[in-house]
Design a protein around this ligand. Structure first.
Ligand SMILES: Cc1cc2nc3c(=O)[nH]c(=O)nc-3n(C[C@H](O)[C@H](O)[C@H](O)COP(=O)(O)O)c2cc1C
Ligand SMILES: [Mn+2]
Length: 497
């Protein structure tokens, strides 16, 4: 288990996954241009030791490859995490002693996931309050030329629902407005915003910066509102998160965080936020968002500040998204069991496109699944859905394109619907609400198609085996390796369980 950001940095370094940059580099644009090049070439995490204008080093690209994402979770494929989650979701009354023992162990691992309160936290080794609070001490990036200012981009924002006290943790960008204030970018559909809307007057908020990678990831996970992200992080880590009381707010904060911002948000105080170059690949325009007034900054000695750049995909956040895609597959299949697999292409910025394969069993089944996805958690914001048959590899976009071209009668198989859309989607005529497209690229049965559906071309197993056997005789050379690796193969493995 990786306890905190330091252990994570040390692990990355041991694994040859981190480069320390000793040269002075400007968090204003320059870091972005460097990281953009490094991310797009699958390069290492970067620790900028001398960010211009700050004493605090800046860590970026910690999540930027599949390998690092797997290292973060201590797995060899992201589907392993999904399998653990699936085990819990699919828990049946156990039969036999072995199953009972396994069941108890699973239950215990859930029970032991709740955050634990400790008396002292390293995150409070240094405490700055009142006039000593100065956000300009942190190397906060201005990522893109037309950004409205510097933005904190990798925070875990902790709030409580005033109705029942339940905790929520979310990753929401925070534009720096001055030494002691930021905006809080709580988009329309998010849990943090709901906590804010349910609060009358003033709410207390804590923001953790610099966490172990699983806890940082969990802040970005689209969990149902009543589920505490820190409990899920504890489960995924196999160890509960240790929490300590805030020094100026009644909000518990992760004891091992590098940096914590404590403060308050007044219901009525909003400010112009943006523009900001976001994962949509465009600048999101200026909009009103709440103001976060910082009452304290607490830090560890030799704190490290974590950052991330979003922009035109692929960027580092692609891998946070892929982790979510894999980890949530069992939950998706729990609700819609005919789903075999799905893929949210990185180029589709997560909500623009979802490819889903199904075990088709009746006419119109693909339509049923489209509507199910449009009604499912944050997937409901998906703009386009492509449905293929179970044998199609949803991660192989050429294969998917083949079936979209070959199996679709646009007049019959395209579903145009409408519904809620992502807060940041600039394309629809109205913000938040607009069109959806579903493409049914499955083979059509006699009750759907007007004519007989032809067989697909497949070589017989007999001849395949013959050629396998005789390959060396032909003198052609090595057999080309099977296409597609990583996610494709690992998801197949999961499905065979
Ligand atoms: C790098 C990064 C930045 C994000 N920035 C925002 C943001 O500014 N506002 C927002 O509402 N969601 C943002 N998100 C998405 C949320 O973190 C995500 O929807 C999460 O599930 C929110 O938590 P919640 O479901 O508890 O509201 C961001 C995600 C990532 C990975
Ligand atoms: Mn939540």
């Amino acid at each position: 288990m990786i306890r905190d950001l330091r252990e994570w940095v040390a692990l990355l370094e041991r694994e040859g996954e981190l480069v320390r940059v000793g040269a002075e580099v400007d968090p204003h644009l320059e870091v972005t241009e460097i990281v953009d090049r490094v991310v797009k070439s699958g390069g290492p995490a970067l620790l900028f030791e001398r960010p211009k204008g700050s004493e605090i080093p800046l860590l970026i690209n910690q999540f930027g490859t599949e390998r690092r994402m797997c290292l973060a979770f201590g797995v060899t494929s992201l589907d392993e995490i999904a399998a653990r989650v699936g085990e819990i979701l699919e828990m049946q009354p156990p039969e036999g002693l072995a199953a009972k023992v396994r069941g108890l162990r699973t239950l215990k691992s859930i029970a032991g996931s709740r955050p634990r309160t400790v008396k002292h936290g390293a995150c409070q080794e240094i405490v700055l309050r009142g006039d000593d609070v100065d956000l300009s001490r942190l190397p906060i990036q201005t990522a893109w030329p037309q950004d409205g200012g510097p933005f904190i981009t990798l925070p875990a924002v902790i709030t409580h629902d005033p109705r029942d006290g339940r905790r929520n943790v979310g990753m929401y960008r925070m534009q720096v407005l001055g030494p002691r204030a930021t905006a809080m970018h709580w988009q329309l559909h998010k849990d943090g915003r709901a906590d804010y809307l349910f609060t009358e007057g003033r709410m207390e908020v804590a923001v953790a910066l610099g966490l172990d990678p699983i806890t940082a990831y969990s802040a970005s996970a689209p969990l149902p509102k009543h589920i505490d992200e820190l409990m899920v992080a504890g489960f995924l880590r196999g160890e509960p998160i240790e929490m300590v009381k805030g020094v100026t707010v009644d909000v518990a904060v992760p004891a091992h965080a590098e940096i914590v911002l404590e403060g308050t948000i007044e219901k009525s105080e909003v400010v112009d936020e943006g523009p900001f170059g976001d994962h949509t690949g465009y600048y999101t325009p200026v909009e009103k968002f709440p103001v976060f007034n910082v009452s304290a900054i607490t830090m560890r000695r030799d704190a490290v500040y974590p950052s991330i750049v979003v922009g035109k995909p692929p960027q580092e956040d692609a891998w946070l998204g892929k982790a979510t895609e894999r980890i949530f597959l069992p939950a998706v299949r729990m609700t819609v069991p005919e789903i075999v697999d799905y893929d949210l292409p990185v180029a589709g910025a997560f909500h623009n496109l979802c490819i889903v394969s199904i075990k088709k069993a009746f006419p119109g089944h693909a339509h049923k699944v489209m509507h199910a996805i449009w009604g499912l958690g944050m997937l409901s914001l998906t703009k386009g859905i492509v449905v293929v048959d179970e044998h199609v590899n949803v991660h192989d976009y050429a294969e998917v394109m083949f079936y979209v071209g070959a199996n679709v009668d646009p007049k019959r198989d395209v579903v145009i619907s409408e519904g809620p859309l992502d807060h940041l989607d600039h394309a629809p005529t109205l913000q938040f609400f607009g069109g959806k497209i579903g493409i049914d690229a499955t083979a059509k049965g006699p009750l759907e198609g007007t004519r007989e559906w032809p067989p697909e071309i497949v070589m017989s197993d007999e001849v395949r085996e013959l050629v396998d056997r005789r390959w060396s005789e032909y003198g052609i050379g090595a057999v080309p390796p099977a296409r597609g690796a990583g996610i494709r193969q690992s998801s197949r493995r999961l499905l065979r369980r």
